[in-house]
Design a protein around this ligand. Structure first.
Ligand SMILES: O=C(O)c1cc(=O)[nH]c(=O)n1[C@@H]1O[C@H](COP(=O)(O)O)[C@@H](O)[C@H]1O
Length: 279
């Protein structure tokens, strides 16, 4: 089965729903705050509530796999159901599993998340290129084949990322800039945009020294709990802001379990983003 390329599907979703991506991050502290137990039933209720509240309004959900994996196989079953429910409701799913390995093993990670026959098949997957961008080739190949996408960690939102990502190579280019250049090459010629995105934190301040014009999506975590705001987006991303998919997890999720409070919060973020991006 081959889907329409992820970049095309994402652009359509961004145009019709706005670009907001809500993270499904069932932190133990959030389960407690929602009055749920830190167990499978709590995890299941949390995830179902987020999908029911927001599946019709947001472009993308990004479930964070670790919060499900910590419950073992039953947690992974909830993750599968969450992905299936979200996709059945017409919302794109970016699986945040941050996979990255030597090529032969990367092929197995790719088939786990990017093969349409897999129970965990998602529209896109977050991947780490720090075993070398080339080690991601099996994932790039399978994504092209199935119509899925990737988000490659380029400039992450956390302060610790700089020691790797801003390190400068012999050719004078930073590692982060090199990842962006690889993605631009991957997306060359794609229209309306390619399926190979970069993760670039909204927390990073002025990024005008980086070429963010990769003809692909820029997943931008950091709004809300990590301190960035929607109003920061134009200053951080410049002209590339049109391709930004801002992610908010705790900033929205803390308003649950009340469905209308979750919806109001996501709507507020979406409005702020629209205002900032169109200004
Ligand atoms: O790949 C990611 O999604 C990611 C990359 C990054 O640089 N920073 C980052 O925060 N994330 C993820 O984005 C989400 C941010 O969550 P909040 O800080 O609660 O909005 C978490 O699931 C992080 O794992």
């Amino acid at each position: 089965m081959t889907l329409t390329p992820f970049g095309t599907r994402l652009r359509a979703a961004m145009d019709s729903r706005g670009p907001l991506c809500v993270g499904i991050d069932p932190h133990a502290a959030l389960l407690a705050q929602w009055g749920l137990k830190d167990d499978i039933a709590g995890l299941e209720r949390f995830s179902r509530t987020v999908v029911e509240a927001l599946a019709e309004s947001v472009a993308v959900f990004k479930p964070q796999a670790a919060f499900f994996e910590r419950f073992g196989s039953k947690g992974v079953a909830v993750l599968e159901q969450t992905v299936a429910d979200a996709r059945a409701a017409g919302t794109l799913v970016v699986m945040d599993a941050k996979r990255g390995d030597i090529g032969s093993t990367m092929a197995a990670y790719a088939s786990a998340f990017l093969d349409p026959a897999s129970p965990l098949f998602s529209d896109a997957l977050t991947v780490s290129p720090y075993l070398g961008y080339g080690s991601l080739a099996p994932a790039v190949e399978l994504a092209r084949e199935s119509g899925a996408g990737l988000f490659v960690l380029a400039l992450t939102s956390n302060p610790e990322g700089a020691e790797v990502q801003r390190a400068v190579r012999e050719d004078g280019r930073s590692i982060g800039a090199t990842m962006l250049a690889h993605l631009a090459a991957e997306n060359a010629g794609a229209s309306p945009m390619g399926s190979f995105g970069a993760v670039v934190g909204a927390t990073l301040g002025d990024l005008s020294s980086f070429d963010l014009d990769i003809n692909g999506p820029l997943l931008a975590p950091g709004i809300g709990a990590q301190g960035a705001t929607a109003a920061d987006l134009p200053a951080v991303f410049g002209k590339a802001v049109r391709n930004v998919v801002p992610n908010v997890s705790r900033g929205v999720l803390k308003h649950g379990p009340d469905v209308s409070a979750l919806r109001d919060s996501a709507r507020r973020f979406a409005d702020e983003i629209r205002e900032a991006v169109s200004a």
